[in-house]
Design a protein around this ligand. Structure first.
Ligand SMILES: Cc1ncc(COP(=O)(O)O)c(C=O)c1O
Length: 316
């Protein structure tokens, strides 16, 4: 992975190589952490974090669901992130905040172990490749079902839960595919190992609902709004597996992958990215990069607007 200079660790900016934890940290043993994947984009007005407040809100909710009291306020986390990007001199980058139970108690009811918080920001390109974003990827329905609400909390973005995604991703990669699609416990389509899924059927955009054990994706929300604003009908409903094979178009959304068309699923051809996928993708990419006026409110500029103005005044 590409490194940056500094990582924010419990309130301090420490050199990348010094950001370490004890081997008996609770989260290392039991996965007791919650995290976010966030992206920052280089825009005309400098770096801007996409839907920053929504990500921090989800982090706080995930923490609450697993009884991990966040040791910093949402605003402190947001400001630490902006300052980290500034100090690292980054433009476009990936941001990874992680709150986890640290060192001090290895019992399962480990209230004596502190909650630690780190934030990393570093360059990271398109997760499923730029080629995938242009021409689509090949996906496979996993033999592993997505974790269900009876055992864990699909709504939370918790570290230990990603063993489920890792099993599915490993299986599909070893079988020669680029991504895995998981079904929920009931056998309906849920999502990719790290992305939400959309399909186009009879000209309508369809995506699985919350009861299908999806993660409430922030890009899913954004794409639903963008698609509706563009005049498409978006329906949240259960999707049968075979509907994937009958779909006119399929695409995935997620922070790491952004919007990626699917061109083949379980060896059924879907084809090159379709018209609706292309249309929504183009607007979505504009929104991410600060080129869509109507979605500028989704961007948290790393330099305050006054600083941006000052900088442009000085340079002119
Ligand atoms: C399992 C899973 N589903 C869906 C998503 C998409 O969520 P978002 O759009 O908030 O990145 C992610 C990525 O965070 C994920 O890990």
């Amino acid at each position: 992975m590409e490194q940056a200079d500094l990582i924010w660790h419990n309130g301090e900016f420490v050199p990348w190589e010094d950001a370490k934890v004890h081997v008996l940290s609770h989260a290392l043993h039991y996965g007791t952490g919650v995290f976010e994947g966030i992206r920052c984009y280089e825009t005309e007005h400098g770096p801007a974090v996409f839907r920053h407040a929504d990500h921090i809100e989800r982090l706080a909710k995930s923490a609450e669901l697993y009884y991990l009291g966040l040791p910093y306020s949402k605003e402190e986390i947001a400001e630490a992130t902006r300052e980290l990007i500034r100090r690292n001199g980054l433009g476009s980058c990936y941001i990874r905040p992680l709150a986890f139970r640290g060192y001090g108690d290895l019992g399962l009811y480990a209230t004596d172990a502190p909650i630690d918080l780190i934030i990393a920001a570093f360059p990271w390109g398109a997760y499923l490749g730029e080629e995938g974003q242009k021409h689509g990827i090949r996906a496979k329905v996993s033999s592993w079902r997505r974790i269900g609400p009876g055992g864990l909390i699909p709504h939370a973005k918790a570290s230990g839960q990603y063993l489920n995604s890792i099993l599915a991703k490993t299986e599909s990669t070893n079988a020669g595919y680029e991504e895995a699609i998981l079904l929920d416990e009931r056998g309906f389509v849920c999502e990719g190992s790290g992305e939400n899924i959309f399909l186009v059927r009879d000209g309508q955009i369809v995506t699985p609902p919350h009861v299908a054990s999806i993660l409430d994706g922030i890009n899913r929300k954004s794409v639903i709004q963008i698609a509706r604003d563009l005049g498409y009908t978006v329906v949240e409903r259960d999707v049968a597996r075979a509907e994937l094979y009958l779909a006119e178009e399929i695409f995935l959304t997620g922070t790491a992958a952004e919007l990626v068309p699917v061109r083949e699923i379980d060896d059924h051809p879907i084809g090159e990215p379709g018209e609706i996928t292309r249309h929504v993708q183009a607007k979505f990419v504009d929104a991410l990069n600060g080129r869509a006026e109507e979605y500028l409110e989704w961007l948290d500029f790393v330099e305050k607007p006054s600083e941006v103005d000052q900088a442009s005044k000085v340079s002119t």
